[in-house]
Structures are given as structure tokens and as C-alpha cells.
Design a protein around this ligand. Structure first.
Ligand code: SF4
Length: 383
């Protein structure tokens, strides 16, 4: 399904408005928050919204009718189920770190740089999915993430922690807040990424944001890997960089010095080209085929693939005609779907163990195969 990109919004007037979710890009390219942006209402974004509704129910121990939710919001049920079970498994394992949780809390803080010679006001906001106060000196915050984690989410975590910290300062509490724990629950991978922040670190981070606001006012645009998901429309800096790489085959030599820049820029360019192609698809879906000058049409071509349902009776039938090993060789299971099915009704707190034991048993039976593919990517250095 298509990513829908709506008309460009105008650049904000008045104080700069910064969302915690934009901070990782903002600190790298400050002026990206001052230029007109396109609103991305992709399927992934819609799925994320629906998953958050279901996750809130998990935290408050309420049931969720996943089928009804998927139907109502037109999102794929298998993916919703996978993410939902991921959230349940994580909450069962880590939920006790978040006693008396509150959910879906919006923090909004008015801030000022007070940095000469460019004093700027800015508005810092963020939406915390889970907030808990285990004791008077501590706040724990968590954010559900249904996407595939690309990039560094440290600045976002630090900004959630900062928002909670500033909020606590304005509460006039008797005991000052000393530390904030901020975590991301990665639903696909069923992993948690969390960090403790002390007050000093958060104040340093606030100063860094203040400096970035000043850099934004100065129009500082920085091209890099963060351009890939940047919603800015028609960024002049990115266009100049991308255009400079277009004659890559004809004139430009890729060297140790420029390979990283070429890779990051082309990756971002490919994402933007994919988004543009989805706009063309959306147009044709809505308005019908376009005639080409040579009498053909730009339209959708349907291709149908058949797959065989791996049922016992199907296996028996096939085994009567071809050797059983060949039938089995042609079959494969979806590990994700199997594990979801296995743990769907498992008692609370036992899901991880059920998966580990099943996988250990399957390994012992020689029923687990690994395949390796090679992909160019930016990864942590081996030490
Ligand atoms: S495309 Fe890149 S350089 Fe341009 S505003 Fe976005 S992040 Fe900055």
C-alpha cells in the first residue's frame, strides 16, 4: 500500500516547535525544523497508531479485539498481532519497572536559549507512552516503537528524560527529582533499549539543544544519513549534494574518502525516490491509467503467485508421489508466526522461556537452518 504524502505545510512562524521524535535529526541538521515539511501518513504510521492503542490496553490490563481493530483502521492483522504479542512479552518481562503506570502523557515545555547574540524561544514537546514514578526521586518513561530501528535513538531518549525532568522541576515537589530512566520497547525485535539519566547529563543536553536552536536560526543545514527520513520538502542542501553525485558512473571515482558520503546520500535519495514513486501509484489508483506517447499505458499490472498450504493431508498426498524428503525440503515455516502461535496462550511471564525451550528442542532435532545474506550497511565496529 502507498505512502501518502500530503501537501507541504508552511514553515512554522513564532517560536521553534521541537518534538522529541524529531530531535535525532534536529541536532544533526538544526535548520531542518525551520523549513516547510511534508506530512507523511504512511501505512507504517497508521499501523504505529493502532499498535499504540493496543499497547495502552496491555498496560491497563484491558483486552483488545485485534481483528476488529485491524478491520476498523485497515491495517494488516498478522503484523498487528506480531507487534501486539511482542508488546505483551516485553510488558510481562519489564512492566514491574513501571509501577502505577500512566499512559499517553503529553509534555509541552516553553524554553528559551538565553544564548547571546541570538536569544530564541522554543517549544519542546514529546508524547510519553508510559510514565511511572517508582519513588519520589525517580521517573521511568517508555516509548513503544513498532518500526524497524534505524539510526541512533539516544537523543530522543535523552529528550524524553529531559522533558520529564523539566516537568518535575515545575511541579514544586518537596523532594527533587534525581534520575530519569527512559526506554524504548522495540516490538518487532522484542528488545528494550533503555538508559538512566542523572540531572547533570540532562542539563548538559538542554544546553546542547539551546545551541542547536541558535544554529537553526542561522540556517545551518547538514546533509547526512539523517536525510533519509527527513520530511523537509525541496531541501536545497540535499538537492545540491544528490545532484553532485548523479554522474557517479561517468566521472566520479568512489574512494575511501568519499564512499561513506556517496552511500549515505544515495540511500537517502533512494528513499525519497521510492516515496515519489508511491505518489505516482497513488495518483494512478485514484485517476486511472496514463497514456504514453507511443500508444501504451502506465498502469498496474497484476501478477498472481500460487502457494501451497502446508497441511498434513497435503504432505501425505504429495509424499505418495514424490519422496518425503523432497516434499519436506520444499516446505518452510514462518518462525515469527510459529512463535506467536506458541506463545499466544502461554501464561504470563513464561513466553520467553517457551520460545527458548522450543527453539532449543528444534535445534536438537536439526530442524533449524540458518541462511546468511550480505547487505551493505552501517554497523557497530568490531572491537
Ligand atoms: S534533507 Fe537533510 S540537509 Fe535537508 S533539511 Fe533534511 S536533514 Fe537537513
Amino acid at each position: 500500500m502507498a505512502t501518502i504524502i500530503t501537501a507541504a505545510t508552511s514553515a512554522t512562524s513564532g517560536p521553534l516547535q521541537l518534538r522529541a521524535s524529531s530531535i535525532p535529526r534536529f541536532v544533526r541538521c538544526p535548520a531542518s525544523e525551520t523549513l516547510p515539511q511534508v506530512k507523511n501518513t504512511s501505512d507504517a504510521a497508521r499501523l504505529g497508531t493502532v499498535v499504540h492503542l493496543a499497547c495502552e490496553n496491555i498496560v491497563h490490563e484491558r483486552d483488545t479485539d485485534l481483528e476488529a481493530l485491524a478491520l476498523l483502521h485497515d491495517v494488516p492483522l498478522p503484523e498487528l498481532k506480531h507487534l501486539y504479542f511482542g508488546a505483551r512479552a516485553l510488558w510481562e518481562e519489564y512492566g514491574h519497572f513501571f509501577p502505577n503506570p500512566r499512559t499517553e502523557l503529553e509534555y509541552v515545555q516553553n524554553c528559551s536559549t538565553h544564548v547571546e547574540p541570538h536569544p530564541e524561544d522554543f517549544l519542546l514537546s514529546g508524547h510519553a507512552d508510559i510514565v511511572s514514578h517508582p519513588d519520589e526521586k525517580t521517573v521511568c518513561i517508555a516509548d513503544w516503537k513498532s518500526g524497524r530501528g534505524e539510526g541512533d535513538y539516544g537523543p530522543q531518549l535523552k529528550t524524553y528524560a529531559l522533558l520529564a525532568y523539566i516537568h518535575a522541576l515545575t511541579r514544586d515537589a518537596e523532594t527533587p527529582l534525581e534520575r530519569v530512566y527512559a526506554a524504548i520497547f522495540w516490538l518487532r525485535e522484542r528488545q528494550i533499549e533503555g538508559q538512566w539519566f542523572e540531572a547533570g547529563v540532562l542539563l548538559d543536553w538542554f544546553r546542547e539543544l539551546q545551541r542547536a536552536v541558535v544554529r537553526a536560526a542561522e540556517g545551518e543545514l547538514v546533509v547526512g544519513a539523517h536525510c533519509t527520513h527527513c520530511p523537509v520538502a525541496n531541501c536545497p542542501a540535499f538537492k545540491t549534494r544528490a545532484w553532485s553525485l548523479m554522474p557517479v558512473n561517468a566521472e566520479m571515482e568512489v574512494t575511501d574518502e568519499n564512499a561513506l558520503t556517496v552511500y549515505e546520500t544515495l540511500k537517502a535519495f533512494k528513499k525519497k525516490a521510492d516515496d515519489a514513486l508511491q505518489l505516482v501509484e497513488q495518483h494512478i489508483r485514484q485517476n486511472g491509467p496514463i497514456d504514453t506517447p507511443d500508444g501504451k499505458q502506465l498502469t498496474f499490472r497484476e501478477t498472481t503467485r500460487e502457494s501451497i498450504v502446508p497441511r498434513i493431508d497435503v504432505m501425505q498426498h504429495l509424499s505418495a508421489n514424490i519422496p518425503a524428503e523432497l516434499v519436506l525440503d520444499a516446505m518452510s515455516f514462518s518462525k515469527t508466526k510459529l512463535m506467536d502461535a506458541l506463545t499466544a496462550d502461554a501464561p504470563r511471564g513464561t513466553k520467553k522461556q517457551v520460545i527458548e525451550e522450543t527453539m532449543a528442542q528444534l535445534r536438537k532435532m536439526g530442524a533449524v537452518e540458518q541462511s546468511t545474506s550480505t547487505l551493505l550497511a552501517i554497523v557497530k565496529k568490531e572491537t
